[in-house]
Design a protein around this ligand. Structure first.
Ligand code: PLI
Length: 458
């Protein structure tokens, strides 16, 4: 019999009850949260698709590893295991654990950026750009134009536009570009992958100009799986082989283990250059901890080492992508505007097309996230104008993409949960004219989306 969808390549050994709430309870909860899904208590959430970050279900093997935590202040054996896993799977020489991805971004930005520098990247990510800017750099988006159009179906919509990269080099000079930040996959473009051919071309151009390439490896296993499934010549390669080739086109990477490392906390900075590594170890002791634990317990490093090995199993990663695709195809079949093609970690609803009557400065995506919670207790995340923040002059950045992210945690929800999500989005779409938008009540100066509060318009 032909399979309608790929069933889970794991079985459930432990369950966690989740809250079933009434509409009246949700109305209270979202009001208390200032119409910001980040500020909801998880006790009030039924299906939590806020993020795939740190929300993963670990395996029995990872939990067993947690019991083998060597909680030494220095030289923990779990650090050795983590280092070996990263060297083996990614191929970098040096590994510095950090408490999560942004800990690695902080160190990398501090050791590499000088005031007045430019850091080109394939679309911004919130924390990554914040660290670059805090260290005096200007971020330049060099992703292909098509990535900003949610309707275009391209297999590698995360690719860099080499002409944009060359134009920046010509404009500011290579000496003011400490590194290119290459994200694989591109979160805010919809979880879109970067092709191997593009990574190779970026690296060649960078080398020619003496510029380093630092990858944001946060979802590199999903990227590798897309390459296997979509790029000519890679169908017969293993995920491990694809990863090793991927990182042969980089001088280092930052990693949030909370995504493709399949853990709840942890990250690392990996580098080839000895001098950069020395400088980074001097900073890690200030911000994180000893270079052999970097803000993590021994048990957390062990869980990440084991999670990384599990992540490269094709059954695991192809099921993950299949689950995300299942939700996306359901919504697409019902005519819901979503970012195409379906990405790696999430389905992104296009709030501009969902609520065309709500102008961007009335926060259509924020509104949609609040409405979805009210409808069914499903928590999602705004990834639009609120997440984009303000420029140096204090004006809103107006991103082309005004999205709501339905992010699928790894190994946590079943296809039935995804059915509930699809049904509630479809119901909301049918009553879309009734939505009115929001206005700010409070916003923080940096990374405002985390703590902003709103009230309904009208
Ligand atoms: O949340 P961290 O500090 O472990 O990682 C920061 C980070 C860096 N790069 C990318 C592409 C991310 O997606 C990322 C974190 N993402 C979050 C929290 C998310 O919800 O997507």
């Amino acid at each position: 019999m032909e399979k309608k969808y790929m069933a889970e390549p794991y079985k459930i050994k432990m369950v966690e009850p989740i809250a079933v709430t009434t509409r009246a309870q949700r109305e209270e909860a979202i009001k208390r949260a200032g119409y910001n899904t980040f500020l909801l208590d998880s006790d009030d959430v039924y299906i939590d698709l806020l993020t795939d970050s740190g929300t993963n279900a670990m395996s029995d093997n990872q939990w067993a590893g947690m019991m083998l935590g060597d909680e030494a202040y220095a030289g923990s054996k779990n650090f050795k295991n983590l280092k070996k896993a990263v060297q083996d799977l990614f191929g970098f020489k040096h590994v510095i654990p950090t408490h999560q991805g942004r800990g690695a971004e902080n160190i990398l930005s501090q050791v590499m950026i000088k005031q007045g520098d430019f850091v080109p990247g394939n679309m911004y990510f919130t924390t990554t750009r914040a660290h670059q800017e805090l260290n005096g750099a200007t971020f330049r988006d060099i992703i292909i134009d098509e990535a900003h159009d949610s309707t275009l179906e391209l297999p590698f919509k995360g690719d860099v536009d080499l002409n944009k990269l060359q134009a920046l080099i010509d404009e500011v000079g290579s000496e003011r570009i400490p590194y290119i930040c290459l994200a694989i996959t591109v979160n805010l473009a919809g979880g879109q992958p970067v092709s191997m051919a593009n990574m190779c071309a970026v690296y060649e151009m960078a080398q020619k100009h003496g510029i380093k390439v630092m990858m944001d490896a946060t979802r590199c296993v999903e990227n590798a799986c897309f390459i296997k499934q979509r790029e000519a010549g890679y169908g017969d390669k293993t995920i491990r082989e694809i990863l090793r080739e991927t990182f042969s086109y980089a001088d280092g990477c930052t990693m949030s283990g909370k995504k493709d490392g399949i853990v709840n906390i942890g990250g690392f900075l990996a580098l080839n250059d000895d001098e950069l590594y020395q400088k980074s170890t001097a900073l890690v002791v200030v911000y994180e901890g000893m270079p052999s634990y970097g803000g993590l317990a021994g048990r957390d490093m062990e869980a990440m080492a084991r999670g990384l090995y599990e992540s490269v199993d094709y059954n695991y990663i192809s099921h993950r992508l299949a689950q995300v695709r299942y939700l996306g195809e359901k919504l697409d079949a019902a005519g819901i505007p979503i970012v195409k093609p379906i990405g790696g970690h999430a389905i992104f609803l296009d709030a501009r097309r969902f609520y065309p009557h709500i102008p961007q400065d009335h926060f259509p995506a924020q509104t949609l996230a609040a409405e979805l919670y009210l409808k069914s207790g499903v928590r999602s995340m705004e990834r639009g104008i609120v997440s984009a923040g303000r420029n140096k002059e204090g004006q809103h950045h107006y991103p082309k993409l005004e999205l709501v992210r339905l992010t699928i945690p790894r190994r946590v929800y079943t296809y039935s949960h995804l059915e509930v999500v699809a049904d509630s989005v479809i119901d909301l779409y049918q009553e879309r004219e009734t939505a009115k938008g929001l206005r700010f009540v409070y916003e923080a100066p940096v990374l405002r989306f985390f703590t902003a509060r709103f009230e309904p318009l009208g």
